[in-house]
Write a protein that binds this ligand. Structure first.
Ligand SMILES: [Zn+2]
Length: 107
């Protein structure tokens, strides 16, 4: 067997359901918002089972959304939501310092 060298992405273009990574990620957000048909969800789930990069991305987003959704139901204080979004910003940025460097104290 010979592998082609035109390797693109982890799922390699031969998705059985006609579902590739780009579409999976794109649809993921709709999925998380609960605005997908059952059929569509199964398509995504099947893709995630075979594609770990997508699964990881999905896991992170899904967990976050679920946590937030649950906390919101229990009427979480907005300060916690603020902390979550800050943590996210921190995680994606290079800087790690979360304390005020400039001495701008907010009362
Ligand atoms: Zn994928």
């Amino acid at each position: 067997m010979e592998m082609e060298h035109g390797y693109r992405g982890p799922a390699g273009g031969g998705a059985e359901g006609g579902f590739d990574c780009e579409e999976a990620i794109h649809t993921l957000y709709t999925f998380l918002d609960g605005e997908l048909t059952l059929e569509r969800r199964l398509d995504i789930q099947r893709h995630l089972e075979e594609c770990s990069p997508c699964l990881e991305a999905f896991d992170f987003e899904a967990e976050l959304k679920i946590v937030i959704a649950r906390k919101c139901r229990d009427s979480v204080p907005p300060s916690l939501l603020d902390r979550v979004s800050r943590a996210l910003a921190d995680a994606s940025g290079p800087g790690v310092g979360s304390e005020d460097p400039g001495g701008m104290s907010t009362l």
